[in-house]
Design a protein around this ligand. Structure first.
Ligand SMILES: [Zn+2]
Length: 111
């Protein structure tokens, strides 16, 4: 499947024209399809200049499915942010336990 997202805009998956040039992009449409086959999720996506072209594309046989590497790709910056949040949470819990322990000892010393 040719890459249809280029510098001059989205190209219609069916006719190849730039979607924004057809009727000023008023009928521009993105269609996403999913189907599960043997437990594997299959995925298709197409951009169209009009609903008619989306219908024509759906009427024909589907091209090769797009493979998704992972359901939610996690970048290193995401992992660092998640790790930072976890460290802050752990530090908060540690300070709470330390404070509770100190308060308990203070109360026990006075009895
Ligand atoms: Zn088209």
């Amino acid at each position: 499947m040719p890459e249809n997202d280029t510098a001059d805009g989205l190209h219609c998956t069916f006719c190849g024209r730039v979607c924004e040039e057809v009727d000023e992009g008023r009928d521009e449409l993105r269609v996403e399809l999913t189907r599960e086959e043997h437990g594997e999720p299959l995925y298709w996506v197409g951009d169209f200049c009009s609903q008619e072209h989306a219908a024509e594309w759906l009427r024909g046989p589907l091209p090769e499915a797009v493979t998704r590497s992972t359901p939610s790709p996690t970048t290193w910056s995401d992992r660092v942010a998640i790790g930072g949040c976890f460290l802050l949470f752990a530090a908060g819990v540690a300070l709470f336990v330390l404070g509770a322990w100190t308060a308990l000892q203070f109360v026990l010393d006075r009895v």
